[in-house]
Ligand binder design. Sequence first.
Ligand code: FRU
Length: 487
Amino acid sequence: MRYLPFLILAACLNSLPAQSQVNRRPVHHYSQPKNWSNDPNGMIYLDGEYHLFYQYNPFGTDWGHMSWGHAVSKDLQTWETLPVALTEVQHPDGRGSDMFFSGGAVVDSLNTSGLFKPGFKHGIVAVYTIQKIIDRKGAGESQGIAYSEDKGRTFKIYDGNPVLDIGLDNFRDPSVIWDATNKVWIMTVAIPLEHKVHFYWSKNLKDWELKGQFGGQGDITKIWECPALTRVKVENSSEKKWVLLISSGHKYDGYVGMQYFVGDFDGKTFTPQKQEGVFHIDEGKDFYAAIPFGNPPASQPDPIIIGWANNWAYGKDIPADEYRGQFSLPRKLTLVDENGTLKLRQVPVISASIPTEKVTLTKGRAFTSALSKKNENVYRLVLDLDLKDSKGFEIELLKHDTFRTLVSYDVQTSTLTFDRNNSGETGFSEQFKGLESMTVKPENGRLKLDIIVDKSLVEIYANDGKAVMSELVFLKSNTSSYSIKWK
Ligand code: FRU
C-alpha cells in the first residue's frame, strides 16, 4: 500500500502523452526528415519535377554547415526528399569549408554556360552565395555556380568560382532569370546592409556586369535578403507587371518578414508603382525568404512561391525533436487592382485530400460540424461569414486541455487577429508570444476565410488570398477541436 501514491502518479503520467510523442510534423507542408532548414533555394521546374532546394545543416537541428537540401514533387502536394545536393564535403580543392548560402537555379537549355555536352538541354545551374568561414582573406560573400547533368541529383562545382566578387562581406542570395528581350541572364542579388539589390547581366552565367540597382525604399528597418524578380499577371487584363520580392523587416519590431514592390523593369531599372506604406506578402510571423519556381511548365503560367515557415526572431529556439524548420504551402501569385493600386493575391496549392469543411455562417444560425469535434490537427476550414448584425466573431482553433489558438475578427476596425499565446508550448522564446493582426475589409458585407491547419502550422487566406497570415503553433496533443462564436 505504501507504493499506491507512486502507482497512481505513474499511471497518470503514462496517460499524458510525453512531449516527444506529440506528432507536430505537418502532413501537407514539406519538412525535411531531420536536422535544420531555412530558406528555400534554387526552386526550379524541369521535366515533370518541381525542385525545392533549401538551406540545410546535415549535422544537426541548429543552424550551421550550410548546405543545399533537396526535395522533389510532381504535383506540389507530396514531396520526396533526395540526398543533399550541395555540401561542404564536395568542396573541390580542400581549402576549407565554405558554406553554400541561399541562391537560385536555372535550366540552361541552350547551354549558354558551355558547362554541358553540346546539345544537352536539361542542365541545371545553381547560382549561390559562397560564404567563406575559413579563408577570410578575400571577401566574406561572393557568388558561385555549380552544375548538374542529372536533374539536380548531383552537382559539380565550377572551378572558376567565384563568378562574382565585389569585395563585400555582405553580398548575397542571387536569383537569376532569363531575359528573352535582351537575351541575357539577369541576376538580382542583395547588398543587405545597404537595403538594396543589384542587377547584373551575363551571357554565360560566368561573367557578370552590373547594370542597375534598386533600394532604400519600403521597409528598411532590417537588412535586405533573398531578393527575387518575377512577372505576374494582372487579373482581368492582358497585362503583366514585375514583382520584386524582398525578405526584410516586419510591421512588428524585432521580427523579419517579407515585402514586395510592383512595377516595371527593363532589365536595368526597376520602377515601382506609387504605393502607400509597406506591402507585406504575409502578415503573420512565419513566412520568410520565399522565391518563385523558375522555368514553370506551360500549364502553370502564374508564378508559384514557397517560403520558410519560421522567423529569425525565435527560429533557432523552436521545439525540435528530430527536425527544426518547415516550409509554407506553394502559393500561386496574381495581381489584383485595388482602387488603382496593384496588390498580390496568393492562392495555396494543396491536396484535396485534406479534411475540408465549407461553411456559410450568419449570426444566429446554429453551426455544428463533424470536424469541430475531435480531429487530428489537420484540416481546412473554408468560411463564408455574413457579418450582418454582428460585431465580429471568435474562432477557437486547436482546442486541447486548456489550450487554444484564437482567430478573432472585429467588424468595427476590420481587423483579423491571431492569438497563439495559449496555443500549447510557447515558453521557448519570449518573442514567440504576442498578437498578430491584419486589416481585411469585408466585401459586400461578407468575409471569406480559408484556414489551413496542419499540426504545427496555420495559414489563413482571407478574401480569396488578398491578405495572408502564417503562424507556427506547438500543440501538446495529437487531437483537438474547434468552435466558432459570434460577438
Ligand atoms: C536568410 C539568410 C540568407 C542567407 C541564409 C543563410 O534567411 O540569412 O541571407 O543566405 O539565410 O542560411
